[in-house]
Design a protein around this ligand. Structure first.
Ligand SMILES: Cc1cc2nc3c(=O)[nH]c(=O)nc-3n(C[C@H](O)[C@H](O)[C@H](O)COP(=O)(O)O)c2cc1C
Length: 160
């Protein structure tokens, strides 16, 4: 099994840290959004898309990439994010819905709070200092294991 995790992690590198935690226990290759094209997806069974949340959304480049996916790339995908709020459902839903509209099967959604010193938070030294932390990395590793398990379940043929 081969997994490609595509990230945009421009603010503090928080999302990259989560991707690196996933790569510890799983056959994950990490790629920056600027360095991938859909052509690169052909060798992978599962593709994950992750970024920080900027003004309520995933990075525009991640959204643009998802909008341009065709039926030729793997249908098995997952979504993750890091953010100031850690509001997983609200933050990830638009990208999940977009992927579903492109006939992709979303195997999971992950998110966590992360260090944020944007705008007014800079004045107070930032919020969520120390995040992501060891527990977030553990959750990320458990998440990628659940994604792999779902992929296996969907691809196991029942012999009668
Ligand atoms: C320009 C900008 C806008 C942001 N907007 C939000 C937001 O709308 N909601 C939120 O929860 N966090 C927001 N954040 C915090 C980031 O989502 C958070 O720090 C995230 O972990 C950054 O990920 P990265 O370090 O991988 O880029 C914003 C940060 C920046 C720099």
């Amino acid at each position: 099994m081969k997994i490609l995790v595509i990230i945009s992690s421009t603010h503090m590198g928080n999302t990259r840290k989560i991707a690196e935690a996933m790569a510890k226990n799983a056959p994950v290759t990490i790629a920056e959004i600027d360095s991938v094209s859909e052509h690169d997806l052909r060798d992978y069974d599962i593709v994950g898309l992750g970024s920080g949340i900027y003004f309520g959304k995933h990075d525009a480049k991640i959204i643009d990439f998802a909008e341009n996916l065709s039926d030729t790339s793997t249908p098995y995908m997952f979504v993750f994010s890091t953010s100031g709020t850690g509001n997983l459902d609200k933050n990830n839903k638009p990208l999940i819905d977009l992927l579903k509209s492109k006939n992709k099967i979303v195997l999971g959604s992950f998110g966590c709070k992360a260090f944020d010193k944007f705008g007014p938070f800079k004045l107070v030294g930032g919020i969520n200092k120390g995040r992501p932390n060891e527990n977030d990395y553990k959750q990320a590793r458990m998440f990628i294991e659940s994604v792999m398990q779902k992929y296996k379940d969907l691809n196991t043929k029942t012999v009668k």
